[in-house]
Design a protein around this ligand. Sequence first.
Ligand SMILES: [Fe+2]
Ligand SMILES: [Fe+2]
Length: 191
Amino acid sequence: MATGKVSYRHMADTTVEDLRLLEEDFEDSLQAYPDRLLAAVANLANFQGPLQVTRLEHSLQSATRAYRDGKDDEYVAAALLHDIGDELAPYSHGAMVAAIIKPYLGERLAWVIEKHGLFQAYYYAHLAGGDRNARDKYKDHPYYDDCVEFCEKYDQNCFDPDYESLPLEFFEPSIRRIFGKPMSFSEGLGD
Ligand SMILES: [Fe+2]
Ligand SMILES: [Fe+2]
């Protein structure tokens, strides 16, 4: 546990000792990172609106279907987390979650999650006068098919109250393994 306070009131006055304190605190804080992510997923139970399932159930369905299809732990984690930005970033939740997962799950899954809102619009945009094929501007992107697949198999179909999802606890160990991996303080500098 980091103890003591930094000496500065303006960051311009940071000392080497201050940096040591911050580094210690950063490492402590990372240890609890999986807990914060799991809490963010659990918090989706508070949001349902007119949907037939809560947003937590939607996320569990997404992760469960991915798991049952034999997707790897990283993919399943992306599925579980893909909507945790819904309430904090109503116009850019995909980009928000992509930023969260990218250092841990890599570029492909980050891209899929970043774009899933646009790709998912394929299923309803035409009903509101929009272009359901707007995603096709990414047709030549190397991850285009991955995002189409994610939306088709693990997102648009995950609003079913009769589907039997695995509980959040089932996914806990892999979330702890993936997001508990130590990162150095310097990797986070400047971000
Ligand atoms: Fe979403
Ligand atoms: Fe979703």
